[in-house]
Design a protein around this ligand. Sequence first.
Ligand SMILES: [Zn+2]
Length: 91
Amino acid sequence: MFFARFPFVAQITRLFAPSERLVCYHCDERYRKSKNVDVVFQGVRRQVCCHGCAAVLQTIEQQGLVQDYLQTKQSNHVIAPAPTIYPTAVD
Ligand SMILES: [Zn+2]
């Protein structure tokens, strides 16, 4: 292969390649896959952006606040209904 003969080319290519992005389970922040932290939350492996978000999830579980957390998380993702538009008076 071409890269096998010139390993430095492969290194440079890798350096500038767009890194894969993930979305944090806790804060919804987009982050590089290389920064990923795995945490088990409710028996499921979740991907979070940092040890802070991992600590929050662990604390929520330890304190028995999972249901409140999930309700809040769910309601934050609900798109607000369109505002009611009242007809304006016409002269
Ligand atoms: Zn996060």
